[in-house]
Design a binder for this molecule. Sequence first.
Ligand code: 13P
Ligand code: SF4
Length: 320
Amino acid sequence: MDLKDKKEYIDKIKKLAREKNAVIFAHYYTRPEIQEIADFIGDSLALAQQATRVQADILVMCGVHFMGETMKILCPDKKVLIPDMNAGCSLADSCKAEDLKKFIEDQSQIQGKRPLVVSYVNTSADVKALTDVVVTSSNAKHIVDQLPADAKIIFGPDHNLGSYINSVTGRNMILWNGACHVHSRFSLEALMKLKAENPGVEVLAHPECKAPILAQSDVIGSTKALLEHTIKSSAKRFIIATESGILFEMQRACPDKEFIPVPPEMTEGIGCSCNECEYMRMNTLEKVYSCLLNESPEMTVEKEIAAKAISSINKMLAMS
Ligand code: 13P
Ligand code: SF4
């Protein structure tokens, strides 16, 4: 898209959003031009919290499917649009509700009572409906710390995040074996090389990365926490191990600082060897314009599922 087209789309989107009383939300991993037009940019927790606070008839969620679903569950009376219904999440896909249901039943038998089920927000509404409390990477430690000390806990779907939370809370949660395809393929070899080339430079990593990457990191946190660290810190250079979309907001907030992305493993035959989430990149200006114009695709969540899922999401918001 050339600059003229880009400007035209931005103007048209802003005009339509005003006319339709719509608010545009974007996750930090979306394309720079999407973050530029968004009224609100945030991590998963902030996006969910902000959705409940805005006065609008239409919410446009530029992110992935589970983010639109969470928004719709929290704001059932608003029209929630998502620019591309196919923008999924490999992590959410790694935990199907029917498999989790069976896992809970099996663990209930083994433990003699039903364990508490803690689910990462990167899950479908069906999985949230089976969950006691939802967490995000911003609040997972804080929430797990509040659960009864003797509670048996199932944590899913992200195994890397679950292991990390076990390590910082001293819990022994039973972990689901899911992963994000972007975060689990960062290369330890590349990180060690970057550290050697940039001695003393802090490494910032998202907790969805594998344990060896986290073990080499100085700061571990949600996208928002990593961004805030770069703003607060007096350091001028950072090595970043998370989806590279966040670099846009880091650079915008800190124009005089340098951000060095950790490259992924070069795995043959997986199509994309970049550290980009192809689902997040499905949000384009054309699709944002089209979804606002046509008020479609619209997110819907089955009433029965939404009624169950809302309690685990509200529990998270109350415990955050
Ligand atoms: P955050 O909640 O940290 O923004 O993470 C969302 C996500 O999808 C990470 O891959
Ligand atoms: Fe899902 Fe990974 Fe993309 Fe985040 S980066 S939305 S966890 S696939």
